[in-house]
Design a protein around this ligand. Structure first.
Ligand SMILES: Cc1ncc(COP(=O)(O)O)c(C=O)c1O
Length: 466
């Protein structure tokens, strides 16, 4: 289901209050390990802990709302992708979450970084990352962004339009720098969760269509441009993918394109990037695969397709974002108001309002994303009740967790934690209603470190020129 109407009010469901995948827990204090970073636990009081530090301390020290990163967990996820995909290049998709420290962590664990704006590029530059390990995406890169990439020595630029090919070639000649270039191919595969749609065409802004021949034309054009070094093809098919079927179709179509180019030019392209999109567990309904399982499936798919086309296997890369940053982080909120709301048919739903909302996690409002939550500051003896966690914004659709069982005695002052908040939460955060964005802190061996400080009202007022 897709919500396209972010700003409108959303009313409580009157019929089935709990979705079919959500079952009532026997003990509402129990954590489901698949949702949390490996360093998360509960202590003897029932408070959530991460890397040995209680969230009660974290809230006292840095306030709420706050995003809390388990450093060891994030590093381990990066490391396990690098190990499982040995021989491939793994680029961390910075759009999922980026700050200088995380850019350093992932590169220390053997990954490159994939950025898509001049802003993201500026962060990795400030982090001191070797820009040869960085790729630049984007469907509308400005001349300034391309200049920054060229002069900084970015390792590869993924071009997305004929306008960009012209722009980049002109700039490259002006600067006398010959960039390594891939073309973003639109494969006609759209993958989400266990389902994918394979069509001939895709009605979307990214890439060059394979089906209508534009992708081959783009390859030929890059090949002819004297100031571009064409290295290969790139595809990205979607997000929250649990099944390799979509990658199989995408690999087949991109490798056929690779073979067609080779047949026309006699040149075998050296590289193929299959993008990101590997799914994580936001709720009990999600069943992600390990990097090792994914790697084996992708290796087999590529080997089969290459042998069918009688071509050698190109150098491969992938770009996971969410699967590295997402599960390593939870969002911690303080409960403000609790309100039972009567539904039709005698049912009721407990609305639990916290001190953040759609400005620190837009995904529920934007994509109807499902999240989970747990009471984080104490153990509760109360029975589970169906609840909805909402924010403080002036908006009916300001929902953080649409459906969750929480203890019936949840009350003002309690802490509430939402797992899986590391990807596309802080990076998509806004200042809606002039709400400052929360800080990001990391915990390692009981030590709390600030990665991004809390924004203040003064920061926001400083932008107001009046
Ligand atoms: C080109 C590209 N690569 C990688 C990613 C990362 O996807 P995910 O965070 O789902 O792994 C995205 C996400 O939109 C993307 O557009």
């Amino acid at each position: 289901m897709t919500h396209t109407h972010v700003a409108g009010s959303i009313h409580a469901d009157s019929t089935a209050p709990a979705p079919s995948w959500l079952s009532m827990p026997r003990d509402v204090n129990t954590l489901l390990p698949s949702l949390w970073s490996t360093g998360v636990d509960k202590d003897e009081t029932g408070a959530l802990t991460v890397a040995g530090r209680s969230v009660v301390d974290i809230a006292e020290q840095v306030g709420t709302p706050v995003y809390v990163v388990d450093e060891a967990d994030l590093r381990e996820r990066a490391r396990s992708f690098a190990a499982a995909f040995g021989g491939w290049d793994v680029y961390y998709a910075a759009k999922s979450f980026l700050c200088t420290t995380v850019a350093r962590w992932v590169t220390e664990e053997g990954l490159g970084v994939d950025v898509c704006t001049g802003g993201e590029l500026a962060v990795v530059r400030r982090a001191g990352i070797d820009l040869r390990r960085v790729g630049l995406h984007g469907n509308n890169k400005s001349v300034e962004e391309l200049r920054l990439a060229l002069t900084g020595g970015v390792g590869r630029i993924i071009v997305d339009s004929f306008d960009e090919i012209t722009r980049l070639n002109t700039l490259a000649e002006e600067l006398q720098i010959r960039p390594r270039v891939m073309i973003r191919a639109t494969t006609g595969v759209e993958a989400h969760t266990h389902e994918y749609i394979a069509t001939a065409h895709e009605d979307q802004k990214f890439g060059f269509s394979i089906a209508d021949g534009t992708a081959l034309s783009a390859l030929l054009r890059c090949h002819q441009e004297p100031w571009l070094e064409l290295i290969g093809i790139h595809s990205h098919i979607g997000s929250q993918i649990f099944d390799a079927g979509g990658f199989e179709v995408a690999a087949r179509r991109t490798l056929r394109l690779h073979a067609d180019f080779s047949a026309q030019t006699g040149v075998e392209l050296g590289e193929l990037d299959l993008g990101g999109g590997f799914g994580i567990a936001y709720t009990s309904a999600d069943t992600p695969s390990s990097p090792a399982v994914l790697a084996q499936a992708l290796r087999e798919i590529v080997a089969n397709e290459c042998s069918g086309l009688d071509i050698s296997v190109p150098h491969l890369s992938i770009e996971p974002g969410r699967a590295i940053s997402g599960p390593s982080t939870f969002a911690l909120y303080r409960v403000g108001t609790v309100k039972p709301v009567a539904l039709d048919g005698g049912a009721s739903r407990l609305y639990v309002a916290v001190d953040g909302g759609m400005s620190d996690n837009i995904r529920t409002a934007l994509y109807a994303a499902a999240y989970s939550a747990t009471l984080a500051s104490r153990r509760s003896p109360a029975a589970p009740v169906l609840a909805r966690v909402v924010g403080k914004h002036c908006e009916g659709g300001d929902i953080l967790v649409r459906d969750e069982f929480l203890p019936a005695d949840i009350a003002t002052g309690d802490l509430l934690a939402v797992p899986g908040a590391g990807a596309y939460s802080r990076s998509m955060a806004s200042n809606y209603n002039y709400v400052p964005r929360p800080p990001v802190v990391a915990v390692r061996d009981g030590q709390i470190t600030t990665l991004i400080r809390r924004e203040t009202i003064e920061d926001l007022l400083a932008l107001d020129a009046g």
